[in-house]
Design a protein around this ligand. Structure first.
Ligand code: AMP
Length: 381
């Protein structure tokens, strides 16, 4: 049985893939209505102060524990590892991936291009960090930011007051509780890409084709793979992913988010888990990111990450805030649109599901995605 810390849609899809391998799952979430609970037994407790008896019950019979939420307290991961249950990826890898400063320092140490950056823990430090990094810049909380939350773009020095008003509360204090800011130079990227990679217990490492991503309001809207014109970029991204995976002695799936620029790829951040920009692998790859993450976590051989057909083009459209008409989506493109509904209550900005599409070439994929987006009543990018 595989233990999964976190019970959102990622845990739900991971549980589905594990069950196909004949592996039972037990998910842990702080919320009793977490959607992985529809698929898997759900253990409900706090992550930061679990009761001893409940932790014993969660760990009973588990072959390994993995995470679908990167902010699980490292102390809990260490406690589980000390109990002799393999934690994959390892707690130290999670510690690095939880902190934008630590992950940028790691990338820099590995010779990976990063934007100019500087940490700041007070208003004065923020002013000098912005002066050092230059304008425009993006100020982010080091921890707990996601989907563009906890971020502020400063274009001129006069933006400092508004930036401090927005993020100052998160600036100081204990980093384990989210203290600290990082100032990053604003990258003038041509597009955003990501590479999903997996590393097994034996060090076997595989990557999926490079993904091109479109965000709006900090939230991923759509992904296309393979990203266009990418032979050189694929090699560059794979090299980055392998450097990070090996340095962290990582086991499982990891996503590296990158900015594509005229000067090459620039590191943005890593996600130590299955990733939204890898959801298309469910319908387009020989082995999905979810299946390979389960395989890796359990110490099983990794699956082939190739496309189902050599020239297959794959796309993913996120369903955010409201669900489109189910019958309209299912009948779109002659029934080719694959709906993945997480069965969540609708809420503005919430990821409720996604639609995967595949086509025999990028042009056909683009028209299928446009047709589906038109049905959704909102077209992005
Ligand atoms: P993040 O949470 O770091 O992935 O940031 C969310 C989104 O904000 C990214 O996908 C980019 O679109 C944008 N963004 C983040 N950092 C930068 C940066 N240094 N320069 C330009 N845009 C950025």
């Amino acid at each position: 049985m595989l233990g999964i810390l976190g019970g959102g849609q990622l845990g739900r899809m991971l549980a589905l893939a594990a069950h196909d391998l004949g592996v039972a799952t037990r998910c842990w979430d702080e919320q009793a209505d977490a959607v992985a609970g529809h698929i898997s037994p759900l253990h409900v407790d706090r992550f930061d102060a679990p009761s001893k008896a409940k932790l014993d019950a969660f760990l009973d019979g588990l072959a390994a524990v993995t995470t679908e939420w990167e902010n699980v307290p490292v102390a809990l991961l260490e406690t589980i590892a000390a109990r002799g249950v393999p934690v994959r990826p390892n707690p130290a890898a999670l510690r690095t991936a939880q902190d934008r400063l630590l992950e940028k320092q790691l990338a820099e140490r590995l010779g990976i291009a990063v934007p100019a950056y500087a940490p700041a823990n007070s208003r004065d430090e923020l002013a000098s960090a912005i002066a050092r990094v230059g304008l425009p810049c993006v100020v982010k909380t080091r921890r707990f930011g996601y989907d563009g939350k906890g971020q502020f773009i400063c274009r001129v020095m006069d933006d400092l007051d508004a930036c401090w008003a927005a993020l100052g509360a998160a600036a100081s204090g204990d980093n384990a509780r989210g203290g600290g800011l990082i100032v990053e130079a604003f990258v003038r990227f041509t597009r955003e890409v990501s590479i999903i990679a997996v590393r097994g217990v034996d060090g076997d490492t595989r990557t999926w084709p490079l993904v091109e991503n479109v965000h709006a309001e900090g939230i991923l809207r759509r992904s296309v793979a393979p990203a266009a014109g990418t032979v050189a970029r694929q090699a560059e991204a794979e090299k980055i992913a392998r450097l990070v995976l090996d340095a962290l002695e990582y086991v499982g799936v990891l996503a590296v988010e990158l900015f594509d620029t005229l000067d090459g790829l620039i590191f943005n951040e890593i996600a130590p888990r299955v990733h939204n920009s890898g959801h298309w692998t469910i319908n387009a790859s020989v082995t999905s990111q979810f299946e390979n993450h389960a395989r890796a976590a359990l110490g099983l051989p990794l699956g082939d990450t190739s496309m189902l057909h050599p020239r297959l083009a794959a796309g993913m459209i996120n369903l955010i805030g409201t669900m489109p008409d189910r019958a309209a989506i299912l009948s779109a493109c002659g029934g080719a649109a694959k709906l993945h509904d997480y069965a969540k209550a609708p809420r503005p900005g919430r990821k409720l599901g996604h639609i995967n599409l595949t086509a025999s070439n990028p042009e056909h994929l683009a028209s299928a995605m446009a047709a589906v987006e038109a049905l959704m009543g909102h077209r992005e990018g």
